[in-house]
Design a protein around this ligand. Structure first.
Ligand SMILES: Cc1cc2nc3c(=O)[nH]c(=O)nc-3n(C[C@H](O)[C@H](O)[C@H](O)COP(=O)(O)OP(=O)(O)OC[C@H]3O[C@@H](n4cnc5c(N)ncnc54)[C@H](O)[C@@H]3O)c2cc1C
Length: 465
């Protein structure tokens, strides 16, 4: 290790190599404290190659990280070695207006990308999560995240047109059209090697840049909120709206989110006449007429599904300024991040719409049985081909008894969603174990072989999958 530290200092200089790794060993979740020897902060892809080559030569583990806000403990180093902090690699390399993509390095944040596109490509838009503006656009795509255009265009892994990556032995590779021609227009029609880096949580290599799709930005946009008094009506509304293909986003949060938005923390209670969930519906149009027609359709379909109270977000924000946080993404949901004791975790999963209602009801019941508020976030994805179930828990990280309760309920929630045909995304180490325990042996065999080929010593982000 000492030899490696000396060599790393020669490459990176003292300022970008640090043996004080404390802040990387924890995150906001219930994941146990990690272990690492050194952190390095590359500025360029060549520096990543150098660090990876050195780690390979010395047999050292490497854990890549940007903001560390994946909410599953995925960037906590588990087995010592090098933390590769990629925040300084923050160049937006290209915005391609013609084929509609942007090439970014891993340190580019959602806040940065939005400001850049607003200034340089106002006709185009990316897809934004509820994640804080300081988190990584690329890490979110590599994790197959779910953002505000995922109803139309699917999970974020599908938005990746290709990557440049450094394999565990220091080899530089490329995937997608940009590997062959001077344009990252897509993944088709080549063998789809981009998937080797999607949802693999940094275990197959370090992506140093990626081309991500952009979408045309319609000039007219409105966001609506609607209140639902039971989950069956909410589900009927989401399904009907999703299947029209006419709406940008349709999502759902249950009542604890609303209470917390207003500053409540622990001991949340719902009055009988309060809604169970609120839906948010994003409508866009190339003209005002198109926007109005879609809005009228949304109102009619919500009414038919039994969801009657509908508000334009501007009206709601005028009455209740706190709602502004939900009006524009990316946003900092401080009511989640500043919860007393600082703990935030969830099990989020993708699965079939037909089993959403039962999974949602049982998951909320499970949270309540463990003494946590019934906090659910959901959304139809990819035109309604699949759905999201995300069960959220805020907790006090300093209370070991509460942390144990959180671990227990998260484990059971991962099993519950799997029982309902849902597969956890951004799977924590615990959820990944539960997934692999149920996977077809052929899946596990293929994954074991692929990983064995790329990283035979399991040095990359050890402890995942
Ligand atoms: C309040 C809140 C709301 C959120 N809402 C959403 C949401 O709506 N939708 C959503 O999808 N996510 C959401 N998230 C999760 C998360 O913040 C985002 O997905 C975010 O973009 C992850 O970025 P990060 O910088 O935190 O990644 P990190 O946690 O730093 O990294 C994530 C993973 O990717 C690996 N990794 C990072 N960079 C590379 C690389 N270059 N090459 C290979 N592997 C790499 C890491 O090792 C780790 O396993 C939310 C988080 C919070 C706290």
């Amino acid at each position: 290790m000492n030899e490696a530290i000396g060599a790393l200092k020669e490459i990176f200089g003292d300022a970008r190599v640090d043996t004080n790794v404390d802040r990387y060993l924890n995150d906001i979740t219930e994941a146990p404290r990690g272990q690492a020897d050194i952190v390095v902060q590359p500025r360029t892809a060549d520096e990543v190659v150098a660090a990876m080559g050195l780690a390979h030569a010395h047999g050292l583990p490497v854990t890549p990280v940007v903001a560390g806000y994946n909410v599953a403990g995925l960037a906590i180093p588990r087995n010592g070695g090098i933390v590769l902090d990629l925040t300084l690699m923050d160049r937006i390399i290209e915005v391609n207006h013609d084929a509609m993509y942007v090439v970014v390095e891993p340190g580019v944040t959602f806040g940065q990308l939005k400001a850049h596109l607003d200034a340089e490509a106002p006709e185009l838009v990316y897809s934004y999560p509820f994640a804080p503006p300081f988190t990584s656009v690329l890490a979110n795509a590599l994790l197959d995240g779910l953002n505000n255009l995922s109803l139309r265009h699917g999970a974020m892994g599908q938005w990746i047109n290709g990557v440049e990556a450094v394999l565990p032995d220091g080899t530089v590779v490329r995937t997608g059209a940009g590997a062959v021609v001077d344009s990252w227009f897509g993944r088709a029609p080549l063998p789809d090697l981009t998937g080797l880096f999607v949802s693999t949580q940094g275990t197959t290599g370090v992506v140093t840049s990626a081309a991500l799709q952009l979408q045309p930005k319609p000039p007219h946009r409105a966001r609506w909120f609607a209140f639902a008094y039971d989950l069956a009506h909410a589900h009927a509304a989401m399904t009907a709206l999703a299947r029209t293909g006419s709406f940008d986003d349709v999502g759902l949060m249950t009542w604890p989110a609303a209470k917390m938005l207003f500053g409540a923390t622990r001991d949340l209670a719902r009055a009988e006449d309060e809604p169970l969930a609120f839906l948010f519906i994003d409508v866009t149009g190339a003209s005002e007429m198109e926007l109005d027609a879609r809005t009228a359709m949304a109102r009619r379909m919500l009414g038919e599904a039994g969801v009657e109270s509908i508000f334009a977000v501007e009206d709601l924000v005028r009455l209740v300024p706190r709602y502004a946080k939900l009006a524009e993404l990316p946003t900092t949901l401080d009511f989640l991040l500043d919860y007393p004791g600082g703990g935030l975790t969830w099990v989020g999963a993708y699965g079939p719409g037909g089993r959403w209602l039962e999974g949602a009801e049982k998951g909320l019941q499970l949270l309540e049985e463990h003494g946590f508020p019934p906090f659910l976030v959901a959304r139809p994805m990819a035109g309604g081909h699949f759905y999201v179930l995300r069960f959220v828990v805020c907790f006090d990280k300093a209370d070991p008894v509460e942390v144990d309760r959180v671990r227990a309920v998260m484990g059971q929630t991962a099993d519950l969603v799997l029982d309902h045909g849902y597969v956890p995304y951004k799977a924590s180490a615990d959820a990944a174990r539960r997934i692999l325990a149920r996977a077809h042996p052929g899946f596990t065999e293929l994954w074991t072989r692929v990983r064995g080929l790329l990283d035979p010593d399991h040095r990359m982000n050890p402890g995942r999958w």
